[in-house]
Every structure is written in C-alpha cells, then in structure tokens.
Ligand binder design. Structure first.
Ligand SMILES: [Zn+2]
Length: 402
C-alpha cells in the first residue's frame, strides 16, 4: 500500500485526517507550498521543514524542460536532487502547457508545445507525462488532463471533459505498467546527493552502501530516507467539466470508474468569478468518494483555503503566498500589508504581532520595508517565509478546529 488515508474527525463537511505517503505522514487538510523548479522560491529546505511544510509541489513542465527528467532521476529523483525528505506532489504538466496558448497544439494523442525558454518543440501525452512524473519520483503524481479555458461553450466543455476522461484512462494504464520504475526504489545511497544514484535502479539495497555513501560525502545531510521497496507513487485523477455542474458530475463519475487513490478538482481559478468557483467546488465535492483524499488545485487566498477546507477539501496548493511575498504583499492576522508603503518606514513593530515565525520574531516592519524599497534579495526571502508561515498556521488552526 503506497498511500493510505484515514479521516480522524469531522465537523460539518470538514474532515481532519492523515494521508500516509511514502516520504511523510501528512495531516489534512493541508496546504502545499509550490516549488515550481524544485525550489520554493527564496526559501531553503531546512526552513520549509521548520515551518512545518509536510508536502510541497513541483511542476513537471518546468522540470522536464530544465534540468530535464533524466538528470533528476540520476540524482535520486526530486527528493534526492533537492534534498527534501518529506512528501512531494507533481502536477502533470497539463495546466502549464495549456497556459502557453499560442505555443501549443492539442489533438487526441496529446499536446505539442513550444518551450517558453528557447522555443524548442516538445510533445506531452498521457503516457509521456506519466513517464516524466515517474522519473521525477514524487509521492503523488497527477493524471494528464486538459484544463478547459474560461469562458467556453457547452460543446467545447463537453469535448474537453471527455478527452480528459480518455486521457485519465491512458494515464492510469501507463502508470500501472511502469510504476516500479520510480527512482527511489529502496537504495539508501541513491538518495545521497550526487552519489550512487545512477545505478540505484539495478542494484538491490545493501547496508554497506549506506556507510560508503556517507564516507564519500562527509558532512552532507541525508537527503531522503527512502521508503520500503514495495512502495510506489500514487496517481490521482482530475475532475474537469468547465463551469457546468452536470459535466462536473459526469467527469467525477467517469474518473471514479477508472479508479484512483485520490481525486483532484482541476480547471478552477481560471478567471471565473469567485462565487462560481465555490459553487462548482461544493457540487463536485458531493460526487467524490468519502474515503479518498480530495485535492483542490490552485487556490486560493487565506480566507478561501479556510472556506474550502470547511467544505471538505483535504489538499490545496497555490502560488499566491510565495508570489505575493515577492511583490511585497503580506498576509497577516490583521489583514493584508503592502510593505512598500511609506507608512511603515518608521514602524518598529513586528509584521504580524500574532505570528510566531522567525521573521516576525526578529525584524521590524521598518526593516522589511527598507529591504523591499532597496530591492534586496533578503526582502523576498523574509517575506516568503512569513507568508508561508501564515498559510501553514492558518491550515493548522483549521485542523485543530475540526
Ligand atoms: Zn510571521
């Protein structure tokens, strides 16, 4: 069993549970910081651990283009490569590819797209997206789906939903045939950065290889404690269907029929009004099995993540806390703070008097404002640490309230 999910308590529609993945036991509902290119921008991994991040997200599209899946695989998968011992989820690349607009061409087989880096041509299909995600080696990976644009007419929403259903079946078929090719197949040495990863797939675990790897790299922190050899990744299905409740229902039914250990709601936060997002989330959640984790992709503000957790969502991710931080927009218990404002120039108080993070414990608003105004790299680092701390604490409070 590579993933187990247990609901410990409920309050209304909200549920508090535990998701046991190969690299971590994750308390839900959980917020997952986004680490697009194997880096949560500005925040070192040890600080992410200190903040209590249990699982982070990587983007397959970006990692596939740079540094490339084979490089990451050779270096022990994402866990070994980025030295992150806890859980990781990768998206399928679908959302990013569909965001390329002019640079892509879709047919039944898959999507041809041009790299935003150098214009080179690439092709993603359900099979190649699975191959890439298996090579990256996240604990949880996602079926290749088509994110329907907004607005879209009825015929377009239906055709898109049906293609996602066919792609989900192809994703699962490929995954089932290749899931044993994950880069963390039981060799401790493979998790050591830069050592031993290349032959991890063909060599069985030997206790001595651990000691040798440690001798070769004194002072290096063990990147990852590899899971048991019989563990594999888990593939989640994604419900699409645009902004149409009936299509969402049908998409949920067809995805459940294929059968996945967890289900995501995709295709939201694509420009639709917030009330519509909530309506679609609420109606789709009713169609998903009670005993499987439910993941709402790409939301939201601090208020929204609380709202969705209360509707029964177990997992969420969003670039908002990290992206906003880099633009000087900070979320606090007293509301939003735009740290660039002149009113903070002489403010000796902490950013958020109710926050226990290392930034609020140590620095003043005046200093944070000065760093931002001076375009210092440290401004981005400190702002991001606080915003992530605020999001993770918010979710911790939600869990305690359930
Ligand atoms: Zn703080």
């Amino acid at each position: 069993m590579s993933l187990s999910f247990e609901v410990d308590s409920r309050s209304g529609k909200a549920r508090r549970g535990r998701l046991v993945a190969p690299h971590a036991t994750i308390e839900t509902p959980v917020f997952m910081p986004v680490g697009t290119v194997a880096s949560v921008k500005g925040v070192p991994q040890d600080i992410l651990e200190e903040l209590g991040a249990q699982i982070i997200l990587g983007n397959t599209y970006h990692l596939y283009l740079r540094p490339g899946v084979s490089t990451v695989r050779k270096l022990g998968g994402l866990h070994g490569f980025m030295s992150w011992p806890r859980a990781i989820l990768t998206d399928s690349g679908g959302f990013q590819v569909f965001s390329l607009n002019e640079l892509r061409k879709v047919n039944e087989e898959g999507v041809t797209f041009r790299s935003h880096l150098d214009g080179s041509s690439h092709f993603f299909s359900p099979e190649s997206a699975m191959e890439a995600q298996i090579g990256l080696g996240a604990d949880i990976i996602m079926a290749f789906d088509e994110c329907t644009e907004y607005p879209a007419d009825q015929a377009r929403m239906r055709a898109s939903m049906e293609m996602t259903a066919r792609w989900a079946a192809r994703s699962k078929k490929y995954f089932e045939e290749h899931k044993n090719e994950v880069p963390w197949g039981g060799d401790v040495a493979s998790a050591e950065i830069g050592h031993g990863g290349t032959d991890a797939l063909v060599r069985p675990a030997e206790p001595s290889s651990t000691a040798q790897a440690s001798l070769r790299s004194p002072g290096r922190t063990r990147a990852s404690v590899p899971p048991h050899m019989d563990q594999t990744q888990s593939l989640f299905g994604i419900v699409q269907g645009g902004m149409d409740r009936a299509l969402r229902k049908e998409s949920a039914e067809r995805t459940i029929e294929i059968g996945f250990p967890g289900y995501a709601i995709g295709g939201l936060s694509v420009g639709e009004p917030r009330e519509l997002t909530r309506e679609i989330v609420e109606s789709t959640l009713e169609r998903l099995p009670n005993d499987k984790p439910r993941y709402l992709m790409g939301v939201g503000t601090p208020e929204e993540i609380v709202e969705y957790a209360n509707l029964g969502v177990d997992m969420m991710d969003c670039v908002l806390p990290t992206r906003a931080a880099r633009h000087g927009l900070l979320f606090t218990s007293e509301g939003k703070v735009s740290i660039k404002q002149a009113r903070y120039a002489q403010d000796a108080g902490p950013l958020d008097p109710n926050c226990g993070c290392r930034v609020c414990q140590r620095y003043s608003r005046a200093y944070l404002r000065h760093l931002y105004a001076s375009n210092e790299v440290l401004a981005q680092v400190l702002n991001t640490i606080h915003n992530l701390s605020f999001y993770l604490d918010t979710m911790r409070r939600v869990r305690h309230s359930i």
